[in-house]
Design a protein around this ligand. Sequence first.
Ligand code: UDX
Length: 445
Amino acid sequence: MALRISVIGTGYLGATHAACLAEFGFEVLGLDIDPDKIATLTAGRIPMYEPGLSELLLKHVAGHEGSSGRLRFTTSPQEAAEFGDVHFICVNTPQRKGEFAADMSYVDAAVDSIAPYLTRPALVVGKSTVPVGSASRLAERLAALAPVGEGAELAWNPEFLREGFAVGDTLHPDRIVVGTRSERAEELLREVYATPIAEGVPFVVTDFATAELVKAAANSFLATKISFINAMAEVCESAGADVTQLSKALSYDERIGGKFLNAGLGFGGGCLPKDIRAFMARAGELGADQALTFLREVDSINMRRRSRMVELAREQCGGGFLGRQVAVLGAAFKPNSDDIRDSPALNVAAQIQLQGAQVTVYDPKAMDNARKMFPSLAYADSPMEAAYGAHVVLHLTEWQEFRELDPAELGTVVAERRLLDGRNVLDGAAWRAAGWTYRAMGRPS
Ligand code: UDX
């Protein structure tokens, strides 16, 4: 009989994972403690913006015309525990307030919620990003709480999906990493991933600690790459060089490659910033903090980009923000997402407002989230409306919509034609030709 799968936590990761497993042909039950989220998903909608995900849900959520009916949602841990042969834990591990360390309370609660109902052999698979050592601890906790005892096994299977590409990344992963302690666990996971889609994808089987560390190392490497090129941008600014040309020239070296080498406002989001901090905190606990001191620098280079943008904006406003209007294009931490967690764009907008400017923000998808989190900023319904009367326009999240803006048209509504490109993707020559002062980060003015 085909495996039945439960997915615990139905945020970005869990909702996508559940829908993709249904697409692979499994019967799937998604569990969440939030009844509103469960009602939304059951209606075939998603509580965030993620391209392609609602289409996939409608294709599989039971009760919708023409759906496979393989995907259902519940708030009952007992139902999920009894339903699944394999249970994926997909809850988040945010940064703890006032600390670098990860908050493991949701992962712990997920294990605690289903364990008491595991009366037959089951495999619980962690996908959340956790401090190394968590899987070992959770394996003991699971076996102690489950009536089936050691029959409730644990495995660790980190997830590498990117927001905005969550469905594509899940259907076509570039590798599958599993940390296991038994052949049975490995076999079950091979069965889950033995789909045509995962065919030919490297399947790395390792121990718990290595599996957990692969994720921390991958995100640290990506963050380091971005901060490296942003450090080069700082030097370029002092030397009068152009970081975009530098980055392009570097990218032809296959050992370096061009991905994650776009200089600008730096990284944000719910993953990279908190993951490198949690990694440093954990290394400290393990007595290996010296190994990761460079990540402190990666973090500070990244935060410096935000202050640099504020400084550039102040310069463009004539040295002070009082009485000045600033238009901010972009609120999401990156394009194709409505996620504003640790968004560089909103951080800059808020800093500038604190320093006395009147700031108006526009984003194609993240306005509702931005309004809730930053109610004191002003919001506009279009780039034109945001730019109305502005002394400087800041391009802070590189949505396609902003690349398609007509500089001449936008120029008719601003007080001054001054543009700061925080993502180095706009066509500077076209903006200059339309009479704008165009400045980007890490490039000559
Ligand atoms: C990241 C990892 O890529 C993913 O593998 C992991 O599972 C979760 O964390 P995500 O947070 O969705 O994914 O965003 P990503 O596309 O990696 O971008 C992160 C940030 O880096 C964004 O703010 C983006 O604007 C910034 N970035 C990215 C740069 O500033 N320059 C680049 O060259 C690339």
